[in-house]
Design a protein around this ligand. Structure first.
Ligand code: FAD
Length: 310
């Protein structure tokens, strides 16, 4: 068995594994797709100390850094079940389908999240060509341009407020008859001169010229009338879904399905930690995920030395 098994090979999992290996801990790093969500993006401009990199390049650097250490890397494996130890100091089991399992004294879960998609024509085709999911990451690309934010919940309205400071004009499209964001956010949004909100709006297609987004079409759900907006960018803000389905019933999940952790990354189950986008750690960003992975790793290490198993 491993002393610590890290599940998930994104920024959080890689950081956790490196911190553990540097403490001489026998560490396994297992996951589905090395690099995680960053593989789905191009420009990364807020990974501090690296002014510009690209998703696939960052993922390759992550893997190379992990490769500098004695970490047992197991790729292309999807965890399907976590079976916590039945007694203090016992081994936890992570299952991968019916036939495979790994065991460890401590487990760090860093399985990340994925953005909920609209599922309309053009959305995939124009991903990174005007369709984007991360205002903190891509907002500056749309300085002085007309854009839309899809979704009038808290994250959509926060995104619209943020982007209105950069973009020429922001249109928020909300599917329901009214936005569901907190009143204080709506008041702020309504005070901004360059923002419109269209409610009851079902986005039906992302339009483009083959290279870039040029607009969207939508249907008014009340009147069934259709409309089009000319735009350079579409920020989809209809939810970030943590990859935690496989843990339901085993670990405590928040209403948003994030693994509930304390400040040190510990879950309610002794010896099981979570880090990054799959956890309740706030703000889903690379630097945050890495920091969160480091915290979980140091917590796991501290727990191990206190148990004197290392
Ligand atoms: P992830 O990156 O999601 O990694 C999770 C890992 O777990 C993956 O390896 C995945 O394959 C694996 N996994 C999932 N489920 C299982 C399972 N059941 N079993 C085994 N493995 C599993 N942040 C920035 O700071 N700057 C940016 O410019 C930026 N741009 C972004 C652009 C896009 C399009 C997206 C989607 C996100 C962007 N982000 C950006 C956010 C950033 O990518 C995330 O905050 C960060 O990747 C979270 O890291 P993580 O390790 O927690 O999770």
């Amino acid at each position: 068995p491993y002393e610590v098994l890290v599940v998930g090979q994104g920024p959080a999992g890689a950081a956790a594994a490196i911190y553990l290996a540097r403490k001489g801990i026998h560490t396994g790093l297992v996951g589905e797709r090395f690099g995680g969500q960053v593989l789905d993006t191009m420009a990364i401009e807020n990974f501090i100390s690296v002014p510009y990199t690209e998703g696939p390049k960052y993922a390759a650097a992550l893997e190379a850094h992990v490769g500098n250490y004695e970490i047992d890397v197991i790729k292309s494996q999807v965890a399907t079940e976590l079976i916590p130890a039945t007694e203090p100091g016992g081994l936890h089991t992570v299952r991968f389908g019916d036939d495979a399992a790994l065991r460890a004294h401590e487990v760090i879960i860093a399985t990340g999240a994925h953005w909920r998609l609209m599922g309309v024509p053009g959305e995939q085709e124009y991903r990174n060509k005007g369709v984007t999911f991360c205002p903190h990451c891509d907002g500056p690309l749309f300085k002085g341009k007309d854009i839309a934010v899809i979704g009038g919940g808290n994250s959509g309205i926060e995104a619209a407020i943020d982007l209105a400071g950069l973009a020429s004009h922001v249109t928020v499209l909300e599917f329901m008859p009214q936005c569901l964001a907190d009143e204080v956010l709506m008041d702020k949004l309504n005070s901004m001169p360059n923002v419109d909100v269209i409610t009851n709006a079902q986005t039906t297609e992302v339009l483009g010229d083959g290279e870039q987004v040029t607009g969207i079409s939508y249907r008014d759900r009340a009147s069934s009338e259709t409309g089009q907006l000319a735009l350079s960018g579409v920020f989809v803000q209809i939810g970030l879904v943590p990859n935690t389905d496989w843990l339901a019933g085993t670990l405590e999940l928040s209403p948003r399905k994030e693994i509930v952790t304390d400040r040190r990354g510990l879950t309610a189950v002794e010896g099981i930690y979570a880090a990054g986008d799959c956890s309740t750690e706030p703000y889903k960003q690379i630097v945050v995920a890495q920091g969160s992975g480091a915290i979980a790793a140091l917590s796991a290490w501290e727990h191990l030395i206190r148990q004197q198993t290392v």
